[in-house]
Design a protein around this ligand. Sequence first.
Ligand SMILES: [Fe+2]
Ligand SMILES: [Fe+2]
Length: 332
Amino acid sequence: MKKTTQWGAVAQAAQAADHKSKLDQALADLDAERKAHAETVRALEKARTGKRPIVKARPTSPKPGSGDIVEVIFSDVHGNKHDPAAFSAFLGDLKTLQPDRIVIGGDFIDCGGFLAEHHTLGYVAETEDSYEDDVRVANDLLDAVAHHSNCSDIHYIEGNHEWRVERWALTQRLAHHKDIDLLRRTFCAEHVLKLAERNIKYYHQGKTHGECDVPGWVKMDKMYFVHKISNARDAAEVAMAKAGGNICYFDTHRASFKPKNIPGLGLISAWNPGCLCKRQPLYANTRPTEWTHGYLIRFISRKTGAFQMINVTINDGVSYAGMLLKGGQKIS
Ligand SMILES: [Fe+2]
Ligand SMILES: [Fe+2]
């Protein structure tokens, strides 16, 4: 009995010593933790209040507004089917912008009568407007563009509507090429709009231009231009895949901007300015369209060729370029 009590006391003493050792270790760990926490708080406080060098912005090169080419891109006016309010808003901006270069993306005239045979009855109703009216209106609108912009460097990319007149003239069964030529000179856009007289460069769909070996494609300052690229819902994606570079396409009448970083190629983008024609044509029947009014402004550095493109929206005849154009002045 006595022996058992002695061993119990020894065991208790050993247990007590073990507990003390664990407690001491825990207290030491806690103290270390507190010190580390205090150190972190001090470091954060120092980072918040201490003096640091100011992170410098890289100077913009070149200075915005100086030495840039200002290019305005618009499309799909459709002659006598143009939207007067949207077109007036566009002319107002042209007057302020005074661009160095203008690119017309095609379908400037509507040529409705030349399309009637291919379309449904809903479309045929549109042929009540004569081609003569269409041409007269389109000439007036071109006069207005030249007058308000004071621009002498104008490029006109043939659209599918102009092309159909061209095709009609070429497919008439006339024996002599002179007669075909007569038809072309009488009806085709380039002639009825007096483009040579106006010093406007016209790019036919059926011909190659400059360094582009695909007919109807034009390249200016790191940008491809082509009227019709795809009817797909995501036409911008298709356009970039086909161009492998920056591309401005038209024809869908729907404003778009889509950038994409492609390995080995870098950042490229596709743009569509939308249209300046009526947003709901008769041939769409009961289907509301997704057409938008607007145009594009591109600022191109003369030094590097780098550029900034801006989609300008026109809604209910009001241009949203006001935020870019201070008090009727170009930002510089
Ligand atoms: Fe169009
Ligand atoms: Fe078109």
